[in-house]
Design a protein around this ligand. Structure first.
Ligand code: NDP
Length: 505
């Protein structure tokens, strides 16, 4: 079926029981005819069947994107018009706000509150880049008289974008919005477990006026088509969000064709509570920092450091409030923690909790699979707080990606900065203090791409998001992201009246 530009797609997508890929502006089945089920992780029920791509489908999508880039008009579309199309995408998303939230909750098991925030941010991403691209100008540079130098930003080309399951719609928006604002074309591959909202977003892009071939979606296994996209000769850039091991693999494979890459990978972010912190705010922000999205966040603040002077007071309140968190029906507005994405992820989380127990750590609360009445087929884990840990324990060093926080006591600022930086990762970090000078001093020494000072939130559209060290490189969500979707061309012209003859012959 062709998706007609500017025409409203059929109503409530959630009523569909099957989803095809989007290639060259059409809904298409996989070339093998294969489909696979996608689930509601809160119940274990199948919610739809989704086309399962193989490498031929990835080729078809890249061919469509290549053709749209080389021969289509999107990259030549005046920036003001591209901007209007991005705003139109945002406005259709606003019209379909409730529906998008519903689908996101169904396919990811996240709480409706979390989904609301993430769908809203996805909309704001398109609005942000609609504005930002207009100001993404070239430069005019100082050169000797009779010469002129200017730079222009040109779209990098075909971008393969591979995204994870923890923020399915938001990651699709983070990737698609700056790419198409810049004039690139994309082939996006959502995670196998959460493909639906990326498909719908691509349909919305077409409805808003994005030409065929500019936004393509292939659904299927990362090992099969992900690899293929990364190595494809017609792909110019790879933008990836996911685990550090896969990120490293992508970096090595992309090096063969020297593709541009952006990697947004794992984390084990420190959350430091100083003795002079506002305890109430620090408890509330630290709870959100680890348990939002059921702890399945790359910037989850999963290593907590609390100053010894306030440790007992802080921990008493932190554990009391952790016990008040409601885990359950994702559609219940009172729910704080939705489900975990899969049994595999439950096994990962429990493996770390068991390793902490073996290492003689103390589980203050949680530490086991949660029972949720009426949702027996789903995947649930109790919010878990672990103390009596040492810096060498697995549970302190490695990313868990679930509702588990490890807590350590500290004595002084220097020591805690050293411990906070003792990680292969460097994505997020948080500091709780009422001393402004301390906040600035510590923020300057933390090895992380993001520092939150007395603040539970890590980013808004416009703020750079990305990591130091093995958390990856490149920044998303910000003006600078546009630089990563463009090549800078330097044009040096001579306009003197006499020809230049450098060889003098
Ligand atoms: P992955 O890194 O395996 O998956 C992320 C995306 O990459 C998915 O679309 C996946 O496809 C795709 N992919 C998988 N293998 C390849 C490959 N060889 N080449 C190209 N693309 C590939 O994460 P998982 O879903 O397996 O989660 C494992 C762990 O990763 C979690 O426990 C967590 O620690 C971390 N993680 C970190 C995230 C972050 O935001 N930093 C997000 C998600 C996970 P497919 O879904 O088909 O496998």
């Amino acid at each position: 079926m062709t998706i007609t530009k500017g025409k409203k797609m059929e109503t409530l997508a959630m009523k569909r029981d099957s989803y095809e890929m989007i290639i060259n502006g059409e809904r298409v089945a996989s070339s093998t005819g294969k489909i696979s089920p996608t689930y509601n992780p809160a119940t274990g029920d199948i919610i739809a069947q989704v086309a399962e791509a193989d490498t031929q489908d990835a080729d078809r999508a890249v061919e469509a994107a290549r053709n749209a880039f080389d021969n289509g008009k999107w990259k030549r579309t005046p920036v003001g018009k591209r901007s209007r199309v991005l705003n139109k995408i945002a406005s259709i998303m606003r019209e379909r706000f409730d529906e998008l939230i519903e689908i996101e909750v169904l396919n990811s098991g996240k709480s409706v509150g979390a989904a609301q925030v993430q769908v809203m941010q996805s909309i704001e991403d398109f609005e942000f880049y609609a504005g930002a691209i207009v100001g993404h100008r070239g430069t005019v540079n100082n050169v000797p008289g009779q010469f002129m130098n200017y730079t222009q930003n040109e779209p990098v080309g075909v971008c393969a974008q591979i995204i994870p399951w923890n923020y399915p719609m938001m990651m699709a928006a983070w990737k698609i919005a700056p790419a198409i604002a810049s004039g690139c074309t994309v082939v996006i591959k959502p995670a196998s477990m959460t493909p639906i909202t990326a498909i719908i977003l691509a349909e919305i892009c077409h409805e808003a006026g994005v030409p065929a071939g500019v936004v393509n979606v292939v659904t299927g296994s990362g090992k099969v088509i992900g690899d293929h996209l990364v190595e494809h000769k017609d792909v110019n850039k790879v933008a990836f969000t996911g685990s550090t091991p896969v990120g490293k693999d992508i970096m090595s494979k992309a090096s063969k064709t020297l593709k541009r890459i952006t990697l947004e990978l794992g984390g084990k972010s420190p959350n430091i509570v100083f003795a002079d912190a506002d305890i109430e705010g620090a408890v509330a922000g630290s709870l959100f920092g680890i348990f939002f999205n059921t702890g399945q966040s790359c910037e989850a603040r999963s290593r907590m450091y609390v100053h010894e002077d306030i440790y007992d007071q802080f921990m008493k309140e932190f554990v009391r409030k952790t016990k008040m968190l409601k885990t359950g029906d994702p559609f219940d507005k009172a729910t704080h923690l939705g489900s975990i994405i899969s049994q595999k992820q439950i096994d990962v989380i429990d493996y770390y909790v068991q390793s902490a127990k073996k290492d003689a750590a103390t589980i203050l609360t949680g530490g086991k699979v949660a029972e949720v009445e009426g949702f027996e087929g789903g995947y649930w884990y109790e919010p878990t707080v672990i103390t009596d840990v040492t810096p060498d324990m697995k549970v302190v060093k490695e990313e868990i990606f679930g509702p588990v926080v490890v807590v350590q006591k500290f004595k002084d600022e220097k020591e805690v900065i050293k411990e906070a930086n003792d990680s292969i990762y460097g994505l997020g970090s948080a500091i709780w203090t009422t001393d402004h000078a301390r906040a600035t001093r510590v923020a300057g020494q933390i090895q992380a791409g993001i520092v939150m000072v007395n603040c539970p939130f890590s980013a808004f559209p416009g703020t750079p998001f990305g990591g130091y060290k093995q958390s990856g490189f490149g920044r998303e969500l910000s003006i600078e992201t546009l630089d990563l979707y463009t090549e800078q061309k330097s044009v040096l012209s001579y306009f003197g009246s006499r020809p230049i003859n450098p060889f003098g012959i």
